[in-house]
Design a protein around this ligand. Structure first.
Ligand code: GDP
Length: 444
């Protein structure tokens, strides 16, 4: 996501680098490169126009006032404009004053509504809310079952029509779901609704009837970020048809060019509240315009990374691990537990992508083989606790057993062992202040 746009934008600043002073012509050149980058990323034309004209005016103004480091200034202006079109500061959910908060999902079939219901269930539960998912998508065969499955995975309750009772009337199901939530003290109701492959009057009419019946506090329009230029038409159709209070961008993990993300706020006026980045229930984040902008400009997204780390890591355990590293008593058993905590945060590729400057290593990142981490984990898991604590007991037959148990080779086991021992020496050296040239935990 955003890979190409990111490269193009970063490249558009290249011609400015090293220049002590910028001329209006320099800025015009850069702005037309930015314009081309945005158009290529499928950003809607009106959004591109207002974006580039704002950047041009502000950059020229900055040059006239002779700011220090004009190039950095231009980057900052582009960053600020990106934040602006992505929606500025993140708004809170409109919680109900009393009774359950009703959130209705709308969007085309396949946009990711049902999956989102499960993700919201997980996220809201983490926020301390009691959640009820309501199955008002009675159009798509299997949608009710799919919602029940995600509800179970998310550990939240589901309200689905009993066979022969309310089947075929999504409005009734929605209304009774909200009633159920009210009488049983749920904090949030999430209503999954039907979508079609294209916008049609009947679908819109059904959504409107559900909306009028339950008076939702939030209507979230789920937009598949992969749809490119079509995103604008679909968004406008939903805005005019049912209306919505917020947008959820789904499938941001795909190779979408980013146009939808950058256009939807400008075209509909509604803020993006969440983004979905995968099929798993945890592949879901609050959408922060400033962080997304800095991801696009390849300035990394350390804040999100830190937040995810805080959620995944047990602080006490991390401290213990650090102490062990410093004293040379860190074992493969500790390594395994740290590795598992890191993996809870998501794929390594995704984590690495949030680190500033990693954009330039995109190719290396693309070819990063997640299975390598699986192999390391399998090898360590195939060791006995005694072996993990003391690698010196690993003779040939033990190594062969571990290789077989982990489905790898003796060579792979040997490599891991020697890399771990080298890293351990490094950790001890770092702790005693004798850090060598290479620094860091090379190879681990
Ligand atoms: P609905 O018809 O709007 O309810 O859409 P679904 O929730 O059934 O999603 C359609 C498909 O997209 C399913 O295969 C989901 O697993 C997948 N999906 C949903 N959200 C994401 C996402 O953020 N990333 C990816 N890669 N796939 C997603």
């Amino acid at each position: 996501m955003f890979g190409n746009l990111s490269d193009r934008l970063t490249a558009s600043f290249q011609s400015l680098r090293g220049k002590g002073r910028l001329t209006d012509a320099d800025i015009d050149t850069t702005v037309s490169e930015i314009r081309r980058a945005l158009l290529e990323a499928d950003v809607a034309l009106p959004v591109v126009r207002s974006f580039t004209s704002a950047v041009r005016d502000k950059a020229k103004e900055a040059v006239r006032s002779q700011v220090l480091n004009p190039t950095q200034q231009v980057v900052k202006i582009v960053n600020d404009e990106l934040v602006e079109i992505l929606g500025g500061t993140t708004r809170e959910i409109n919680w109900a004053d009393r009774g359950p908060t009703v959130i209705m999902l709308a969007g085309l079939q396949g946009a990711g509504k049902t999956t989102l219901a499960g993700k919201l269930g997980t996220w809201l539960t983490g926020e301390g809310k009691r959640v009820l998912l309501v199955a008002s998508d009675l159009q798509r065969p299997n949608a009710v079952t799919q919602l029940s499955v995600v509800a179970e995975r998310a550990g939240v309750d589901v309200w689905a029509p009993e066979p022969g009772n309310g089947v075929g009337d999504p409005v009734r199901v929605a209304r009774s779901g909200v009633e159920q939530a009210r009488t049983h003290g749920y904090d949030v109701v999430v209503i999954d609704t039907a979508g079609r492959l294209g916008v049609d009057a009947e679908m819109m009419d059904q959504a409107v009837r559900i909306r009028d019946a339950v008076q939702p506090h939030e209507i979230l329009f789920v937009l598949d970020a992969m749809v490119g230029q079509d995103a604008v038409n679909t968004s406008v159709a939903f805005r005019d048809g049912v209306g919505f209070t917020g947008v959820v961008l789904s499938k941001l993990d795909g190779d979408a060019r980013g146009g939808a993300a950058l256009s939807v706020r400008g075209v509909t006026g509604a803020p993006v509240l969440f983004s979905s980045t995968g099929e798993g229930l945890d592949d879901f984040e609050r959408f922060h315009a400033d962080r997304m902008a800095s991801r696009i400009l390849d300035m990394g997204d350390l804040l999100t990374l830190i937040e995810q780390a805080q959620r995944a890591f047990d602080e006490k355990e991390a401290e213990e691990a650090a102490t062990k590293m410093a004293s040379g008593t860190f074992t493969l058993e500790d390594f395994l537990s740290q590795l598992r905590q890191v993996r809870k945060m998501g794929s390594m590729k995704k984590l690495l992508g949030m680190i500033p400057g990693m954009g330039q290593m995109r190719e290396a990142l693309e070819s990063f083989d997640e299975r390598e981490v699986d192999r390391v984990e399998a090898i360590v898991c195939s060791m006995t606790p005694a072996e993990r604590r003391d690698l010196s007991i690993l003779n040939g037959s033990r190594r062969a057993r571990i290789a077989k148990g982990s489905g790898t080779s003796v060579q792979a086991v040997n490599e891991l062992v020697s890399r771990f021992e080298a890293a351990k020496k490094m950790m001890e050296a770092m702790a005693s202040g004798g850090l060598g040239e290479n620094g860091m935990m090379a190879g681990m």
